[in-house]
Design a protein around this ligand. Structure first.
Ligand code: HSE
Length: 306
């Protein structure tokens, strides 16, 4: 048996929701084809796109598949063929997309009947390989689609909300290497002043209310973090951070660092997306950066395709 799945890029945090908020995007996405093989092992081939490890233990999808095969005592293994279109280390949930595709495919190939929360737990193991910590704010939206809130303690709970239908997204990925997500997590402060906590709670609440009430202006207003993003910007991980935030205000858009960066996500009405994309591209070009720009919108979670 063989199946092909499409796993979306995701944008985690959206400003104040560090390790909690995630949004699935319609573009870009990875494609993974999974085939049943008789031996209890995992083989990986990368057919197109960015280079990622082909050793199963080092590949986020391979690691997840191995853990499922071993942990669930499956009879046989899988060959994964990957079309890697989401750039690793971009802040767009590249490692999560492969991990989610693998978890979803193994579940189907072996007819395991695992539910979405269980798939999130398995896919999260892939994040251990890339970030050293199983944060779930990329894998959860990559499975559920749309906007999700992840609550990990004391037990895993995932809440999903359909974003406003006219909410558009522009993602800009400047041409810089941020280094590992692990390092981007090391610079996050371990303690925060009370006034920063109050600021972030207010913004996070406005953002969630905006999603639920289908009010894009509230979503934009909520995309403001005074804790994690500034710390990463100070560490040199997010180029031109202050200025790109100011550009967001001028455009009447919400701008946040996407995950651990260096990509930024801009939320704006769908009919103003192109304007924002041009302005952002011009901005990065004027600072000497090439940039990849995706004009997109919230999208579905992992799905099987023909
Ligand atoms: N919440 C995670 C972080 C997402 O910001 O480190 C990483 O993609």
């Amino acid at each position: 048996m063989r199946l092909r799945v499409r796993a979306p890029a995701t944008s985690a945090n959206l400003g104040p929701g560090f390790d909690v908020f995630g949004l699935a995007l319609r573009e870009p996405y990875d494609v993974v084809e999974a085939e049943h093989i008789p031996d209890r092992r995992v083989e990986i081939e990368v057919l197109e796109g960015y280079r990622v490890p082909t050793k199963p233990e080092e590949n986020t999808g391979g690691y997840v598949a191995l853990r499922m095969i071993e942990g669930l005592g499956l009879s046989g293994g899988t060959r994964l063929r990957i079309w890697k279109r989401i750039k690793p280390g971009s802040g767009l949930g590249s490692s999560a997309a492969t991990a989610v595709a693998a978890a979803y495919a193994v579940n189907k190939l072996f007819d395991l009947g695992l539910g979405r929360e269980e798939l999130v737990k398995y896919a999260a193991l892939g994040e251990l390989v890339s970030a050293g910590v199983p944060h779930l704010d990329n894998v959860a939206p990559a499975i559920y689609g749309g906007f999700v809130i992840v609550c990990q303690e004391p037990e895993l709970r995932i809440y999903s909300i359909d974003p406003p239908p006219d909410l558009g997204v522009v993602v800009v990925l400047p041409d810089v290497e941020k280094g590992s997500t692990k390092r981007a997590r090391e610079v996050v402060p371990r303690e925060v002043p009370l006034r920063s906590l109050v600021h972030n709670v207010a913004r996070a609440t406005i953002l969630v209310a905006g999603m639920a009430l289908k009010n894009i202006n509230m979503v934009k207003k909520g995309m403001d973090d005074v804790v994690v993003e500034p710390a990463r910007a100070r560490a040199g991980i997010i180029p031109e951070y202050e200025e790109v935030k100011r550009l967001g205000e001028e455009l009447d858009a919400g701008i946040a660092v996407s995950g651990a960066g260096p990509a930024v996500i801009c939320v704006i009405e769908k009919d103003r997306r192109n304007l924002a994309a041009e302005a952002l591209e011009r901005f990065y070009a004027s600072r000497g950066y090439g940039a990849q720009v995706y004009v997109t919108e919230p999208g579905p979670g992992v799905t099987e395709i023909e």
